[in-house]
Design a protein around this ligand. Sequence first.
Ligand SMILES: Nc1nc2c(c(=O)[nH]1)N[C@H]1C(S)=C(S)[C@@H](COP(=O)(O)OP(=O)(O)OC[C@H]3O[C@@H](n4cnc5c(=O)[nH]c(N)nc54)[C@H](O)[C@@H]3O)O[C@H]1N2
Ligand SMILES: Nc1nc2c(c(=O)[nH]1)N[C@H]1C(S)=C(S)[C@@H](COP(=O)(O)OP(=O)(O)OC[C@H]3O[C@@H](n4cnc5c(=O)[nH]c(N)nc54)[C@H](O)[C@@H]3O)O[C@H]1N2
Ligand code: SF4
Ligand SMILES: [Mo]
Length: 721
Amino acid sequence: MVEFRYSNIEREMEVYGFDSYVKSHCRMCHGGCGVIVYMKNGKVAKIAGDPDCPIAHGTLCAKGLASAQLAYHKDRITYPVKRIGPKASGQWERISWDEALDTIAERILTYKERHGPESIVFGYGTGRENEAVIYRIANLLGTPNVLTAGHFCYGPRICTSIITCGTNPIVDYEKFPKCIMMWGNNITISNPDEYKGEPFSVALDHGAKLIVVDPRLTRPAARANVWLRLRPGTDGALALGMLHVIINEGLYDREFVEKYTYGWEPFVKRVNEYPLDRVEAITWVPKEKIREAARLFATTKPAGIQWGVAIEQQINCADNDRLLMCLMGITGNIDAPGGQVLNRPPHVVNVGQFGAHGMLPREQFAKRLGGEHFRLASRFAILQPKCVWDAILEEKPYPVKMLFLISSNPVATRANAREVYRALEKVEFLVVSDFFLTPSAELADIVLPAATWLEMDYVADYWKRHGYILPRRKVIQVGECRSDHEMLNDLAHRIGQGEYWWDNFEQALDYILHPMNITWKDFKKMKYIRGEVKYYKYKETGFSTPTRKFELYSTVLEKMGYDPLPQYREPPESPINTPELYKEYPYILITGARMPGFFHTENRQIGRLRALHRDPIVEIHPEAAAKEGIQEGDWVVIESQRGKVRQRAQFNLSLDPRVVAAQHGWWFPEKKEASHGWDESNINLLTDNALETCDPAMGASNIRTLLCKIYPEQKERKANE
Ligand SMILES: Nc1nc2c(c(=O)[nH]1)N[C@H]1C(S)=C(S)[C@@H](COP(=O)(O)OP(=O)(O)OC[C@H]3O[C@@H](n4cnc5c(=O)[nH]c(N)nc54)[C@H](O)[C@@H]3O)O[C@H]1N2
Ligand SMILES: Nc1nc2c(c(=O)[nH]1)N[C@H]1C(S)=C(S)[C@@H](COP(=O)(O)OP(=O)(O)OC[C@H]3O[C@@H](n4cnc5c(=O)[nH]c(N)nc54)[C@H](O)[C@@H]3O)O[C@H]1N2
Ligand code: SF4
Ligand SMILES: [Mo]
């Protein structure tokens, strides 16, 4: 959070001569921060934090403050276009919305007829609050194939928490945890999902103890009582080590374990396979520190785990999530005030119901790509992307002919980018909905101009587990841009789904809200709606799992043919697993730590945000740099078995010298050729997506931990001369 200001609205209006203001909720990231949007001459003149917001209390980040620079950007596409030259030729022609939607509808109906609805894949990226409409149109069409980031981001937390304790446990910052364990997360930069950095920082100011598990010394790590600098990708072993201490020193909550958990005995047996000597050897964390952290976490009540995506982008994804839940559970912090709560959402039509999952015919469900491999993911309608690329490139197990990408730039954000690019080049018909002609959009047949959050009415934070919904109010109209919700509502009518959709999207918002007996017009006048707040619900009703218990031993995974107990898997490429490869590629590469100004591949064209991060950066320890002949600021080559890219070296003394950390999401909108330099610094050219390297239950690709070499660019040039 970079800015904090209490807005005295009248004063601002008078001093700056604004004409009016609208209160709304930002969504430059996953969204949630309340904003006051000041208007002058029909345009957004200023955006400020809304102190009344229950989520961020008036704080905003750099991205939120730059929202108008995105909305009014000169390069934005503001009307539909169709490609008139070859793919990536940059030759586009303006078309009308009617022509665009009619063409898309005609293709959908043709492919459905010729190859079955499963040959059409809808896809979105991270949470942009359009998932409900995308699943609805896909399910009603009969395609089980919706491509998301859910295999390696947030989806695993949701799936594993549903099978363990019914819903995703959320840190209860409102009741001030006394101990926070921040694990693979950097909330004060990333403000992810239901969380914002502000309440976390306030909890620390109130004296909460802090444990941070991160290979890098982040700002929170610098404030921590204990910082555990683990070997990347060994989180599962570390969690098992902590559980070992807590169980064997009797620091767990006996009543919770006895009355409310399932599978304690086999679970303890599994944990006992991980004594601290073994865990230290795996994780590189000294055992005294593991013991210290485990004791602090287990004996300071209430406590919560602020978990992040780093633990999910690993081969041990689902079990990492489960192990952290076991830590929350056996210490008695589940659904405790100031601990980790199972919030009740407001009583509205939920995302799953809106998404019409029940309407997908059973025989179509069975055709979900990769469904036989990644059975937990598939149960929750999540796909493994490689299965889609294979279906396009090799037509196995059946051909995918059409991709409709809505808010996603997969050539930069999915593992094995070269393969992703080839799939997007080959697919017969590609539609993209976006703000800009990104490297992925440059391969499309039709690009639709999407509305930003400033240009739409919507129920914000509808999908989150913090228990609130917030009104997002339309402030401006830019060109012919339309929200994804409106365009899909319109398209649905053209492919014969009219009876399940609405004449205009406001009616859909009324539908979402109808269980509360209110309409969008009513909600628009409200600040927010919150679900019922109640702690320790399980004491009355049990947990919403097959055994009604907190499942340390998962009966659901057992039925699916997986190990019911959480385990640790070594990263597919690592000093232990592939020592020969490690000789050739002697650094562990981590990727993707969030940057304050960017959201994945976004915002590189917004001047004030690009000024924060001019060039792609790879962090390296000075000792390692000296060994490789790298000076700070040099352009260097990072290379894995799969490819190489260039980034600039920045020294980071906090890293283990065997670890380097590269940024992700890089492309260069300022480069005018249609490739926009997508393959120069894009770290996903190095990551792997082979199915056997992915998490067996969720299909998470292992993009955080791989082996690489790193050397100065001049060295490469010389070798080529
Ligand atoms: N190596 C590596 N790769 C990673 C990660 C990592 O840590 N390391 N992180 C991964 C994670 S966690 C995720 S979630 C994925 C994210 O992957 P994506 O979601 O595919 O990534 P974005 O770059 O955010 O792509 C979003 C695109 O949608 C557009 N957009 C934004 N909002 C809207 C909207 O409302 N409507 C429409 N139609 N378009 C919109 C933006 O302009 C942008 O081009 O990336 C992953 N990739
Ligand atoms: N500004 C900004 N905000 C964002 C995003 C963005 O792109 N930009 N993306 C959004 C999305 S989709 C997501 S998923 C969230 C993610 O947000 P977070 O969960 O906070 O994730 P990151 O910042 O990517 O990574 C957190 C930390 O994990 C550490 N790490 C790397 N490898 C490992 C490992 O093996 N183990 C452990 N324990 N730690 C490791 C990194 O050093 C980093 O400090 O952020 C969201 N918010
Ligand atoms: S944290 Fe997200 S919602 Fe809040 S101001 Fe930043 S971009 Fe907007
Ligand atoms: Mo994500």
